[in-house]
Design a binder for this molecule. Structure first.
Ligand code: HPA
Length: 283
């Protein structure tokens, strides 16, 4: 089966469960660690477990609930991937991006990817939101390696403007206007699952990374490869290794707790952006 056929099967599985998705024209959202509670803000929700969608993998990490949630927020249809699969779980790069590829296949107007990330730049405080302006792929891999991806887009896709400047600006302004501490910056994607050493964090800072995390860059590449519109938000869940309080350590539970606490702030950002939807939404 070709990659395109697989995506069409996944898309059909979702449309069979909720026909609102059939005509595209929705906001795609990928929720990272701890942000799953965003779906509480949706109305008229239809929730579909990944296990019931042709081609989707099961997620395995604590805090990642694998479902597609379709619902409306302030009149805008959203298709939310609640929980993602990661490279560090042993999934292939193709599985990691299957969900976002399905969103683009379905005709998403834009896809907003979110994550929890360690703050590398010193002004990024715990709990702040960072709108992603650009990324650095430090995973050593790429979801477009191999011949199959050629069906979906160019062999050498341009990443000069991967993160949509207009939508990123809208998200930043909406968040700041709602009184949420918000920054903009560069997301460095690493494979994980070990956190970085302090020396690696210093390296990432020198390379131009402002925040570091274990997801998102493959999804960004895959979305842009298919010509989708992309924006992203990191919840700064901790000071990256070696940059916090002397003697402090990192653990996933704390990372998730901070993201849970930031869910309301993220929701404000999305609501604010949708309030000016007529200025940026392209059907
Ligand atoms: N490093 C990598 N990934 C992360 C971090 C971090 O400090 N925080 C949350 N995800």
């Amino acid at each position: 089966m070709t990659l395109r056929t697989e995506l069409q099967r996944s898309a059909r599985s979702i449309i069979e469960r909720d026909s609102r998705v059939a005509t595209g024209n929705f906001l795609g959202i990928v929720l990272g660690s701890g942000l799953g509670g965003f779906v509480e803000s949706l109305s008229n929700v239809v929730e579909i477990p990944y296990t019931e969608i042709d081609g989707f993998s099961k997620t395995t990490v604590a805090g990642h609930n694998g479902t597609v949630c379709v619902g409306e927020i302030d009149g805008t249809l959203c298709v939310v991937l609640r929980g993602r699969v990661h490279l560090y779980e042993g999934h292939s790069p193709d599985s990691v991006v299957h969900g976002v590829r399905t969103l683009v296949q379905l005709g998403a107007t834009a896809v907003i990817v979110t994550n929890a990330a360690g703050g590398v730049r010193s002004d990024l405080g715990v709990g702040h939101l960072m709108v992603i302006d650009d990324h650095i792929n430090l995973t050593g891999s790429n979801p477009l390696i191999g011949t199959a991806s050629k069906e979906l887009g160019p062999r050498f896709p341009d990443m000069s403007h991967a993160w949509d400047p207009q939508l990123s600006g809208v998200l930043f302004e909406a968040s700041a206007a709602a009184g949420v501490p918000t920054a903009r910056g560069v997301y460095a994607g690493v494979p994980g699952p070990s956190y970085e050493t302090p020396a690696e964090v210093r390296m990432i800072g020198i390379l131009g990374g402002d925040a570091v995390g274990m997801s998102t860059v493959f999804e960004a590449i895959a979305i842009r490869h298919m010509g989708g519109r992309l924006a992203g938000v990191s919840v700064i869940s901790n000071a990256a290794a070696g940059t916090g309080e002397p003697g402090s350590t990192l653990d996933h539970e704390h990372v998730s707790d901070v993201a849970v606490a930031a869910t309301e702030r993220f929701t404000k950002m999305i609501r604010g952006a949708l309030a000016t939807r007529d200025q940026w939404w392209e059907e």
